[in-house]
Design a binder for this molecule. Structure first.
Ligand SMILES: C[S@@+](CC[C@H](N)C(=O)[O-])C[C@H]1O[C@@H](n2cnc3c(N)ncnc32)[C@H](O)[C@@H]1O
Length: 391
């Protein structure tokens, strides 16, 4: 990402932000990048957008939480926060609330706290965090990870005794729990990203942490896992199929109908069945066009997604809008993936319109292909690294 932290798609989290020094440092980095671009007054607004949305801090203690808000407010002098706007620093326990559970119980008299908890939960569950940084708390005697943390460090204990013969260990160290939060979010969530903590270094050499080291190494090879998940239609992919979608993905293959017509999901002109019962693809209805203004994010990735895009018609009236050329033309095993799927579901063959689930399946497949294509440079770089260092 050429713009680094200044890229609007880069979500940053300091899960233990204290007085907000890291949050402020990230914002300052963004400010310098933006100012170097001659954006004038727009830079201040863009910085405010980052501070109120995607540069996020969590803090459990009220005093540093307030100081963090004060510090971020100071950063935004050129475009001050207005009524109803707030820095994306939340009062919350960073170690809990990441799962898909119901909103917590009411706390009468403390409605603002409940609201705060809800806002933090939205970040934990939905935002495609790409960078986790900070200075987690240390406490080797913090006691067992409580139930609310959902067995956070249990994966670092698997096989410790049976495989590695480590009988005495202490993995409930607080900073280790923050490592696990970051690993889960990056390696098991978005599937790519950066973790940068200042931390105790005991995990680098003590026997207690051997499984943790093993797991982090595996996680850093997550690129392959990410590709595998993209190719598995059942695997949810945050940013591609779930949660807040990446902007270059959200405009891909949007089911649409021409104004003045009723929605019609019967596929026509895609295939037929011969007298011998063989399905034959026909020409279909894919019309090439230039990207429009709502597809600027995809157009910005035209180098990987293709210089033009297609409206792929179900029939004369309804269509999937904006399937970038390289997605539409993508072939696996010699077959054009999307066209092949459509050919087999022509109305003349299945005798019914597509269901909403099927229309959505085509959209999700197009988006997964787009995400795979966008992974290309990272995959190429990884391949080059392996070739350069076969060990
Ligand atoms: C070492 S300090 C970080 C200092 C910070 N970098 C700064 O600039 O002030 C660790 C912070 O983590 C906070 N903290 C500890 N446990 C937490 C938790 N479960 N959730 C969120 N914050 C937590 C502490 O209150 C403390 O402010």
């Amino acid at each position: 990402m050429a713009d680094g932290l200044a890229d609007p798609a880069v979500w940053v989290l300091d899960p233990c932000c204290g007085n907000g020094s890291y949050v402020v440092a990230v914002l300052d980095r963004i400010r310098r990048t933006l100012e170097g671009r001659g954006m004038g007054d727009l830079a201040a607004e863009e910085l405010k957008r980052a501070a109120t949305t995607r540069v996020v801090g969590f803090e459990i203690m009220t005093v540093p939480f307030v100081v963090a808000h004060w510090q971020v407010g100071e950063m935004l002098k050129a475009a001050p926060l207005q009524a109803g706007e707030r820095a994306a620093v939340y009062l919350t326990n960073a170690l809990t609330g990441w799962g898909e559970s119901a909103a917590g119980p009411a706390i009468p008299g403390y409605e603002a706290l409940v609201e705060e908890r809800g806002a933090a939960a939205t970040v934990k569950r939905e935002r495609p965090i790409l960078v986790v940084l900070g200075n987690p708390p240390y406490n080797a005697y913090a006691g067992l990870s409580p139930v609310g943390e959902g067995g956070l460090v249990e994966p670092y204990k698997v096989g410790l005794q049976a495989i590695w013969g480590v009988k005495k260990f202490n993995l409930d160290e607080l900073y280790v729990r923050f490592f696990r939060i970051a690993e889960r979010r990056i390696a098991e969530g978005v599937g790519r990203g950066v973790v940068s903590y200042i931390s105790n270094w005991s995990w680098l050499f003590l026997p207690s942490f051997v499984v943790m080291r093993e797991q982090l190494l595996r996680a850093s090879a997550a690129l392959g896992a990410q590709l595998a998940a993209l190719l598995d239609p059942e695997a949810p992919m945050p940013g591609v199929t779930t949660g807040q979608l990446r902007s270059e993905i959200a405009c891909v293959a949007v089911p649409s109908t021409k104004p003045g017509h009723d929605r019609d999901w019967a596929l026509r002109g895609w295939g037929n069945r011969t007298a011998a019962g063989v399905t034959m693809p026909t020409r279909g209805r894919a019309a090439s066009r230039a990207y429009d203004a709502t597809e600027a994010a995809a157009q910005g990735r035209a180098g990987l997604l293709g210089a033009n895009t297609f409206d792929v018609g179900l029939n004369d009236h309804s269509f999937w809008s904006g399937v970038p050329a390289s997605v539409w033309e993508c072939r696996i095993g010699g077959y054009q993936v999307l066209k092949k799927w459509l050919s087999y579901r022509d109305h003349s063959i299945i005798g019914r319109p597509l269901t909403a689930g099927e229309v959505s399946h085509v959209q999700q497949t197009a988006r997964r292909i787009a995400a795979c294509l966008l992974l290309g440079p990272a995959l190429d770089a990884s391949y080059r690294n392996c070739v350069a260092d076969p060990a």
